[in-house]
Design a protein around this ligand. Structure first.
Ligand code: ADP
Length: 318
C-alpha cells in the first residue's frame, strides 16, 4: 500500500481581490485579483516597478490598500492573532538591528510572539547559521543576512511564506539553497509566494506563476503553460527587399515586425515565406525559424509594461 504523506500545513490560501494601491496620481497596484494555493511554490513575476513589493507589503499590513482586499487564510493581516504563526516574510535583508547578535535578534522576535526559545535554535540550524549565532548581525555578509531574514520568517513555523526577491545578490550556493528551501516548504503543504523580476529564476523555482506588469495581472498559470502559450515561433528573414516582401505578406493572417533590419514573421511557416519570396524573385540572405525562449516569452508578455527597458523596441510594420 502506498503511503500518503501527512501534511502539517495546507489550509491557508492567499486571496488578492481587486487590490489597488495609489501613490498620489500614480497607480502602483491596479485591481489585482488572484489566489495563491498551498503546497506549491508560486512565482510572483514582473519587471522592476511592476508592483510586487507593494502587493506584498499590503498583504503584511505594512501598506494600506486604496481599494480591494489582501487576505491570508480569509483574514487581513491586522486580524491575525499570532501573525508570525500564520505568515513569515522576507522583504529586504539587513532590516535587523545591526548591533544585536543573530541569536538575540531571533530570541527577541520569539519572545514578542510567545514562541519557545528552542525554536530559535531550530531555525538557526535550518538556515545553517548555528556557528554564526553569536555574531553581530551588522557584520553579516548579504548571504548571511538573507539566511537570518529567512530564519526570522520561519520562527513561527508559519503556514504562509512570502519572499521578496530572495536571490538578489546571492552567490550560486546561496541561490541553490534558497531554491531547495522554497520547494521543501511547499512540499510540507505551506503556501509559498516568491517574487522575482527574472523569468529564468522562476522557471527553475516555481510551479505556478502570477505575472504582473504596471500593477495589473498579465497571467495566472503554470510555468509550463506560460512557456507553451508564449512559444509562438517566428520566422526570421533578411533580404535587401524587406519592404517589398512585407507588402507581399500584407493581407495574410500574419504579423510582420522589423527587428534589426530583418523581418520577423509570426503565423506562417518558413517554407511558405520562402515560397512567396521565390515566386516574386526576392533574394533572401537569411531564412530561419526561431522559437521563443523563456526570457523572450516573459519580455513579450511584459513589453510595454516595463518602466525602464534597455531593449530596443521592435518596430511593428504590419
Ligand atoms: P516591484 O516590487 O515590482 O519592483 P514596487 O511595488 O516596488 O514594484 O513599485 C511599484 C510602483 O510603485 C513603482 O512605480 C514605484 O516607483 C511605486 N512606489 C512604490 N512605493 C512607493 C512609495 N512609497 N511612494 C510612491 N511610489 C511608490
Amino acid at each position: 500500500m502506498s503511503r500518503v504523506p501527512v501534511l502539517r500545513h495546507g489550509r491557508y490560501v492567499i486571496e488578492i481581490r481587486e487590490l489597488t494601491k495609489r501613490y498620489g496620481p500614480a497607480v502602483a497596484v491596479d485591481g489585482l485579483t488572484f489566489d495563491v494555493a498551498p503546497g506549491r511554490v508560486t512565482g510572483f513575476l514582473g519587471p522592476n516597478g511592476a508592483g510586487k513589493s507593494t502587493t506584498m507589503r499590503m498583504l503584511l499590513g505594512l501598506d494600506h490598500p486604496s481599494g480591494g482586499r489582501a487576505l491570508l487564510g480569509g483574514r487581513p493581516y491586522r486580524e491575525l492573532r499570532e501573525p508570525l504563526r500564520i505568515v513569515g516574510a522576507l522583504l529586504e535583508a539587513r532590516s535587523t538591528h545591526g548591533g544585536r547578535t543573530a541569536y538575540h535578534h531571533l530570541l527577541w522576535l520569539a519572545a514578542t510572539n510567545r514562541i519557545p526559545r528552542r525554536r530559535v535554535d531550530e531555525v538557526l540550524g535550518l538556515v545553517g547559521l548555528e556557528s554564526a549565532a553569536g555574531k553581530r548581525a551588522g557584520t553579516f555578509s548579504l548571504g548571511m543576512s538573507q539566511r537570518l531574514g529567512i530564519a526570522a520568517a520561519l520562527l513561527g513555523d508559519p503556514e504562509i511564506v512570502l519572499l521578496d526577491e530572495p536571490v538578489n545578490g546571492l552567490d550560486p550556493e546561496g541561490v541553490r539553497w534558497i531554491r531547495t528551501l522554497m520547494k521543501d516548504l511547499a512540499a510540507e503543504g505551506r503556501t509559498v509566494l516568491v517574487s522575482s523580476h527574472l523569468m529564468s529564476e522562476m522557471a527553475i523555482t516555481a510551479d505556478h506563476l502570477i505575472v504582473i506588469g504596471q500593477g495589473r495581472l498579465l497571467a495566472d498559470t503554470t510555468v509550463d503553460e506560460f512557456v507553451a502559450a508564449s512559444r509562438r515561433g517566428h520566422v526570421r528573414v533578411s533580404t535587401p527587399e524587406a519592404d517589398r516582401l512585407a507588402a507581399l505578406l500584407d493581407g495574410r493572417a500574419v504579423t510582420v515586425r522589423r527587428v534589426d533590419g530583418a523581418l520577423e514573421i509570426t503565423g506562417m511557416e518558413a517554407g511558405a515565406v520562402g515560397a512567396v519570396a521565390g515566386a516574386n524573385g526576392i533574394a533572401l540572405d537569411e531564412l530561419s525559424t526561431r522559437s521563443s525562449s523563456l526570457e523572450d516569452a516573459f519580455l513579450e508578455l511584459t513589453a510595454g509594461s516595463t518602466e525602464y527597458s534597455s531593449r530596443p523596441q521592435a518596430e511593428e510594420v504590419r
